[in-house]
Ligand binder design. Structure first.
Ligand SMILES: [Zn+2]
Length: 336
């Protein structure tokens, strides 16, 4: 895994910058531009294997979404106007249709390529994000659920066990909803609670055939690196190891960073590096390192560049990859 030949498939395209809010908004093109600029300045960009995204097909989208929702959404986006898809803040602009379709289609192709061994791991640097979009609703800046669409494509390709680990500071209600009764997909999440969207309680564990295939670690405001790592190491990663997935999709959001004002979490650079290190080690152990990082939230431009440690070759380059001391403290077991 740490070979210098480690190949990282990466989805990025300028089309993702054409999705623009009508007024000042935290989910803005600058987010992806900052990530790309950072990768270029550190020399990493030239070593990534770029995968040009194509539009998701109707069949791919309706595997995760209600066909009526897909029809209605594509109709509205085809007007190439500006507005909102929901009652809240899921905006669209003339470029949103192409961006949303490419985000989902690129995520599908990347996941299938990593699953097939064409790349050792993958990173989907896409907008709009996806994890709040449920079967029939756009919400929380999300149009199509890129991760869920990719997971369904993996199942159609023959995968029998797909794990999704979501560490965005917001609960991925849409992803959870889409797979809530599906025993083939394990969905586990850490997130702040209370916080938007208000779901993700510890007793939300799936239903029917999917009972036990969902796990949530809601964290109180002002939790820090040790809290996040404790939940990860003591609950979420053991569940993934027990499930033994064939591939791990990671909903990577960097909005629990202490600089990100959308939450009150206090995760540091070292904390994100440690989170990435443990997730990558878990994927190495259970699914041959087949891991695809799907970008979700993260609204502080510097904090967003902390995704770098997901790529083992580069984990120790620059200050973001240096792990600080993470000592366990008395009382850290409070949620278990
Ligand atoms: Zn978020």
């Amino acid at each position: 895994m740490n070979s210098p030949k480690h190949s990282i498939g990466t989805v990025f395209d300028p089309v993702f910058l054409q999705h623009v809010a009508p007024i000042s908004h935290p989910e803005r093109p600058d987010r992806l531009a900052a990530v790309v600029q950072h990768l270029q300045e550190t020399g990493i960009w030239d070593r990534l294997k770029m995968l040009k995204p194509r539009p998701a097909t109707y069949e791919e989208l309706k595997a995760a979404h209600d066909p009526l929702y897909v029809d209605r959404t594509l109709d509205r986006l085809s007007l190439r106007r500006t507005g909102y898809l929901d009652m809240g803040d899921t905006f669209f602009s003339p470029g949103t249709k192409d961006a949303a379709l490419a985000a989902a289609g690129g995520s599908v192709d990347l996941a299938l390529a990593v699953y097939a061994g064409e790349y050792e791991s993958g990173a989907a640097l896409v907008r709009p994000p996806g994890h709040h979009a449920d079967r029939d609703t756009a919400m929380g800046f999300c149009v199509f659920n890129n991760t869920a669409v990719a997971a369904h494509a993996l199942l159609r390709a023959g995968a029998q066990r797909v794990a999704i680990l979501d560490f965005d500071v917001h609960h991925g209600n849409g992803t959870q909803d889409i797979f809530y009764s599906d025993p083939r997909v394990l969905y586990v999440s850490m997130h702040q609670s209370p916080l938007y969207p208000g779901t993700g309680a510890a007793d939300e564990i799936g239903v029917g055939d999917g009972l036990g295939m969902t796990a949530n670690v809601p964290l109180a405001p002002y939790c820090d690196d040790v809290d996040w790592l404790t939940g990860l190491e003591r609950l979420l990663l053991p569940l993934i190891r027990a499930f033994s997935p064939e591939i791990l999709l990671v909903g990577a959001g960097y909005d629990a960073h202490h600089l990100d004002t959308i939450s009150t979490q206090q995760v540091t650079d070292a904390g994100y590096a440690a989170i990435a290190q443990r997730i990558v080690a878990c994927a190495d152990a259970v699914c041959g390192g087949k891991i695809v990082m799907m970008l979700e939230g993260g609204y502080h431009l510097d904090a967003l560049t902390r995704l770098q440690p997901f790529w083992p070759d580069f984990a120790n380059r620059g200050p973001h990859g240096q792990l600080g001391p993470l000592e366990a403290r008395p009382g850290d077991d409070y949620f278990l």
